[in-house]
Design a protein around this ligand. Structure first.
Ligand code: SF4
Ligand code: SF4
Ligand code: SF4
Length: 251
């Protein structure tokens, strides 16, 4: 990579909260703006440079038409980084994948449903090769800064595959289950500094699951804490629909 690599940010189906977190992070680390050249970042500038080595992509692929744009970005970029859970897993957009697509389209667009080419939201990795991921909804500021620093050092960002409970225990938090709350920490990827339990809330799983989650044990714990199966399924659906569907398909 060149001494001052060119970086571009792209958004697909998303709330743009991860891009906002990037802007926020860079305000605290202006030195990074000297180390890279940002050529495209719709949320922060008007230029649309097409020459870049690092592409950060926010948002899920939710239309067949998104695929060509993703492939064009992949063709140009040396490194493609998925920014946030929408890009990483389909994210909150994928909740609708449990319902018949035509029903969803008609619910949203009514008798104009045929005008819109929307399909099942998916991770960008379903369409193009992704070199690294910064998970979370939104991304963690520290992880973003660390990822950029690693890329500048010629290293790929790496998120350790360990459950949130490990991070939570290291912070000496009192487990929210002891306060009759529920938490997806045992199956969720750590890295956010266990921020929700630290502030007294259960984890909603926004960073996605670890690679070997024990779903049945997780469900059983939630049942033992008074949750009905329907409520458990809804909780697992918020951020984890595509991962849960993949696990179910794999049997
Ligand atoms: S991951 Fe969350 S914060 Fe980021 S774009 Fe998607 S919905 Fe917004
Ligand atoms: S609060 Fe959640 S993350 Fe923390 S130990 Fe309990 S289950 Fe694990
Ligand atoms: S604690 Fe869970 S829901 Fe909260 S930010 Fe971390 S992964 Fe996301």
């Amino acid at each position: 990579m060149s001494a001052r690599p060119k970086v571009a940010f792209f958004d697909f189906t998303s709330c743009e909260g991860c891009q906002l977190t990037v802007v926020d992070s860079l305000q605290d680390h202006p030195e990074l703006l000297d180390a890279v050249e940002i050529v495209q970042f719709r949320e922060a500038m008007t230029e649309k440079g097409q020459d870049y080595q690092i592409a950060f992509i926010e948002g899920s692929c939710s239309r067949p038409g998104d695929e060509d744009r993703l492939r064009a970005i992949r063709e140009q970029a040396t490194y493609v980084i998925a920014l946030g859970t929408c890009a990483h897993l389909g994210g909150i957009n994928a909740i609708r994948n449990r319902m018949p697509l035509q029903d969803v389209r008609e619910y949203v667009y009514g008798d104009k449903a045929e005008w819109f080419d929307t399909y099942e939201p998916r991770a960008i990795s379903a369409v193009v090769k992704v070199d690294a991921t910064i998970p979370g909804c939104p991304i963690d500021r520290g992880e973003f800064i660390k990822a950029v620093t690693h890329l500048l050092q010629g290293r790929m960002p790496h998120i350790p595959d360990q459950p949130l409970c490990m991070e939570c225990k290291l912070k000496e938090n009192v487990c929210v289950y002891t306060r009759s709350m529920v938490c997806l920490g045992p199956i969720t990827l750590a890295g956010c500094d266990a921020i929700c339990p630290t502030y007294g809330d259960g984890c909603e799983g926004c960073r996605g699951m670890i690679s070997n989650p024990n779903i049945e044990a997780m469900k059983q714990v939630m049942r033992e804490h008074g949750m009905a199966d329907e409520a458990i399924d809804s909780k697992l659906a918020m951020f984890l629909t595509n991962q849960m569907m993949a696990l179910e398909e794999a049997g």
